[in-house]
Design a protein around this ligand. Structure first.
Ligand code: 13P
Length: 230
């Protein structure tokens, strides 16, 4: 499977990485690195601070020794939307700026995901509480003299457009969007199958679903101002 996706990624007209998201297992990270993934996220954020550093560094060292693989680490809690409000209001669960700098320096991660109150899934409120200021401070401390460690925003689905603009200004360089694409994929399947009950052509279904998903991805690329920057 990795070989198939790597071939597709390598022949794409824009840079595409093969990303392992939120792996809590060092062994699994290593397995994916060996298999040919090009971006590995070790998520040891549920561990103690020191243990998070230890596990993240182990994956960084392993992947960097192979070469051609970037590693992402996380500090603080990026949970599900069920806990979003609780997390956003509890400073202790968000990424501490001083610790963020230390974490990046000691682990050597290539990209860094600080918890700032975003969450995975569809937000329960229209205006989720997000700590933009914290993001900006961390960005300034890490990248004030030129980008060294791009920052990642998790929980992209459902973020209002003006939040996205503010997060970009605060240093967001990679936005993770998953739930929206899953919804698009399944809704498109449902729509096509409902309208073509007598057709048994999986190829046509695939094309319809691919086009719908592509549209959703392109909408995000527009929002993030990615066009022409590859
Ligand atoms: P969403 O599913 O909320 O878009 O979050 C994606 C994500 O952050 C994956 O790491």
């Amino acid at each position: 499977m990795v070989n198939i996706f790597r071939t597709l990624a390598e022949s794409a007209p824009v840079p595409v990485c093969l990303h392992l998201d939120h792996s809590t297992s060092i062994d699994y990270c290593k397995k994916c690195a060996d298999a040919g993934y090009t971006n590995i996220m070790i998520d040891a954020s549920k561990q103690s601070y020191e243990e998070n550093i230890r596990q993240t560094k182990e994956v960084v060292d392993y992947c960097h020794a192979i070469g051609g693989i970037s590693v992402e680490g996380e500090l603080g809690t990026v949970g599900g939307v069920e806990d979003q409000i609780k997390v956003a209001e509890d400073e202790a669960q968000l990424a501490n700026p001083e610790q963020s700098v230390e974490f990046v320096e000691r682990t050597g991660v290539d990209i860094f995901a600080p918890a700032i109150g975003t969450a995975h899934g569809v937000y329960k409120t229209k205006n989720p509480k997000i700590d933009f200021e914290r993001m900006a401070v961390i960005h300034k401390m890490l990248n004030g003299n030129g980008i060294k460690t791009p920052l990642v925003v998790h929980g992209g689905t459902g973020l209002p457009d003006d939040y996205v603009t503010k997060l970009l200004a605060a240093g967001g360089a990679k936005f993770n969007v998953s739930t929206e694409l899953k919804h698009t994929l399944l809704d498109a399947k449902w729509e096509y199958l409902s309208a073509h009950r007598d057709e048994y052509d999986p190829g046509k279904l695939d094309v319809f679903v691919r086009d719908a998903t592509r549209k959703a991805v392109m909408h995000w690329m527009d929002k993030l101002g990615c066009e022409g920057k590859a």
